[in-house]
Design a protein around this ligand. Structure first.
Ligand code: GYE
Length: 310
């Protein structure tokens, strides 16, 4: 229910009146297949729950997100949800939301703040767990390596929670194996074009790359184009690990071009709407809700692909 659209003063308004909840949702952008699936999930779940969604796309720009949140506050939405493009810099606008009495839900990505009272809950994946799964798999695979294994990393958006945590936990997981060495690490901004461009540079600069760790499938798929253009065989000459598990990623795994994918689930719309309904009703919710996820090797990808919705 938007403020100002209600009844005239003097008209009795039933407090239990079923006017729909309005949610302002600020999305990061449309940088990856994961994101596109996430947007669809949020839009479909809102419609199914009878929640009015005011949707805004920030095109990977923090200032645009801040502007969107301000516009939601000005409209007087019932609840604000957003997926913060980067971790820091949100306190002032979230204080404005709090002053206006509008609850905030973080979805997909977390923020860094000294004031946890600026949002009600954070619904999303555990990116440290994802980085750890990627690194542990690689460590196991090269547990008896007698020669150095050169790893290149293509990071997600600089300053974003998934890029920071996927990098950190991966590095930690491989740190006990002295043969595993990250020789280069650059951001490809979570896009396919970014992944391709970064990989082209790596291939031009570094003669012997053994492993690529890409922070999402799109960048891994872009890198595969660069590897093939350089006359190398992805998945064989260069082992590839990525994160997400979108259809094209799983297909590349089935085709042997990617070796391992750590799943990150974008279909969190329904859980988001459930949380929003509870919060608007004044109920308590958990301050952290973690998404359930798995990992894929080839056989698991073959089994999962037919039913994959994104
Ligand atoms: O892995 C990537 C997307 O924040 C978990 O953002 C999300 C990440 C996802 O662009 O593909």
């Amino acid at each position: 229910a938007l403020a100002g659209c209600g009844a005239d003063t003097g008209t009795a308004v039933d407090a239990s009146d079923a006017s729909p909840i309005t949610m302002g949702f600020s999305q990061v952008g449309a940088e990856s297949e994961w994101r596109v699936a996430n947007t669809r999930s949020v839009q479909e779940a809102a419609a199914a729950a009878g929640i009015e969604l005011v949707f805004s796309d920030a095109q990977q720009d923090q200032d645009r997100q801040i502007e969107a949140i301000r516009s939601f506050i000005a409209k007087g939405v019932d609840v604000i949800a957003f997926s913060p493009v980067v971790e820091t810099g949100w306190d002032p606008v979230l204080r404005e939301a709090r002053r206006a009495g509008i609850p905030v839900i973080l979805t997909d990505r977390a923020i860094r703040t000294a004031d946890p009272g600026l949002y009600r809950t954070f619904l999303g994946s555990d990116f440290l767990e994802e980085g750890n799964k990627a690194g542990t798999w690689l460590d196991d695979r090269h547990i008896r390596a007698e020669e150095p294994v050169s790893i290149v990393e293509i990071q997600g958006t600089v300053g974003s929670a998934p890029a920071i945590e996927r990098q950190l936990a991966f590095a930690e997981a491989i740190s006990s194996n002295p043969q595993l060495k990250i020789v280069a690490s650059t951001s490809g901004d979570f896009t396919r074009a970014g992944g391709r461009a970064v990989m082209e540079d790596f291939l031009a600069d570094l003669p012997d790359i053994d492993v690529l760790y890409a922070h999402n499938d799109d960048m891994g798929l872009g890198a595969i184009e660069a590897i093939e253009a350089a006359g190398k065989v992805p998945g064989r000459d260069i082992e590839i690990i990525s994160v997400d598990g979108v259809r094209e990623g799983l297909q590349a795994l089935i085709d042997g071009k990617i070796n391992y994918i750590v799943e990150c689930n974008p279909l969190i719309g329904e859980q988001l709407m459930e949380l929003a309904v509870k919060i608007v009703a004044g109920e308590q919710v958990l301050s952290r809700v973690v998404t359930k996820e798995t990992v894929f090797e080839r056989s698991a990808a073959l089994a999962a692909l037919p039913d994959r919705r994104y």
